[in-house]
Design a protein around this ligand. Structure first.
Ligand code: HEM
Ligand code: HEM
Length: 192
């Protein structure tokens, strides 16, 4: 439900969080799929080490983004959307926020359960969260895999929805999230 204090567009901070995290998510899938195709060896481990470092970066950014978001409500959805579309938008955005925590946490727990260290770009090492446990590792690995499919599916729907808003509904939902773009609605609010 949009609050009365809803702004008319996303702020630079909201856009920065959105696009940096989106780029990191694409990087995460690319690194994981590249590693998946390789036999166990130095190259695979190097790709996974980078995957873990970027993944932990997502976790840190997700914490900051959530704290920031709690104090900064998003702009209201355009009036032309049906109740179902509004619900889908809210549920998918909430699911994204949950996954931005669940993906890194299951990855971190999975590595801990195997007693593999999680370093952050070789600058420091995160503590292991649980002791070595093969059964927990198997469960966490399949959870991480399954959640990645859920994240991928929601991202595809999310991108299609953004394109539908822009090309079909012709509203400013996509424009107001794009960096360096000021939507027509924001311009006219400033003029009045
Ligand atoms: C937003 C963050 C993350 C995303 C989107 C992500 C996504 C993925 C994906 C798509 C896979 C391949 C799954 C498959 O086998 O098909 C994968 C595998 C893996 N991820 Fe992540 N991940 C994230 C964070 C992390 C973190 C923080 C860690 C560890 C600290 C981690 C550790 C791993 C490991 C070790 C694998 C390989 C598992 C295996 O051997 O099958 N991930 N991840
Ligand atoms: C996989 C990467 C992505 C993730 C995790 C993601 C996540 C999110 C989240 C959580 C929001 C809600 C922001 C908030 O209210 O706090 C959002 C909004 C938005 N995203 Fe993404 N996004 C991704 C990729 C994209 C891409 C590639 C596009 C463009 C094609 C896009 C377009 C939008 C738009 C237009 C909004 C604003 C929707 C509105 O005004 O209600 N996103 N995204």
């Amino acid at each position: 439900m949009p609050s009365r204090k809803s702004p008319i567009r996303y702020s630079a901070v909201a856009k920065a969080f959105h696009w940096i995290i989106a780029a990191l998510i694409v990087t995460q899938f690319t690194l994981a799929w590249m590693a998946d195709d390789l036999p166990l060896g130095a190259h695979k481990l190097a790709l996974l080490a980078r995957h873990k470092s970027f993944g932990m970066t997502v976790l840190m950014l997700a914490i900051l983004r959530l704290l920031w978001r709690l104090k900064n409500p998003p702009p209201a959805l355009p009036p032309g959307m049906t109740p179902l579309e509004r619900r889908l938008a809210r549920v998918s955005h909430a699911a994204f926020y949950v996954l931005l925590f669940a993906m890194p946490m299951t990855g971190w727990l999975m590595s801990s359960a195997k007693n593999y260290s999680v370093s952050w770009f070789s600058l420091f090492t995160w503590p292991n969260l649980i002791g070595k446990n093969e059964a927990a590792f198997d469960l966490l690995r399949s959870t991480h895999d399954t959640l990645s499919v859920v994240l991928f599916s929601i991202a595809v729907l999310h991108i299609l929805a953004a394109l539908k808003h822009h090309f079909w509904n012709k509203d400013d939902v996509l424009l107001r999230m794009l960096p360096l773009v000021k939507s027509e609605k924001a311009k006219s609010e400033n003029r009045s």
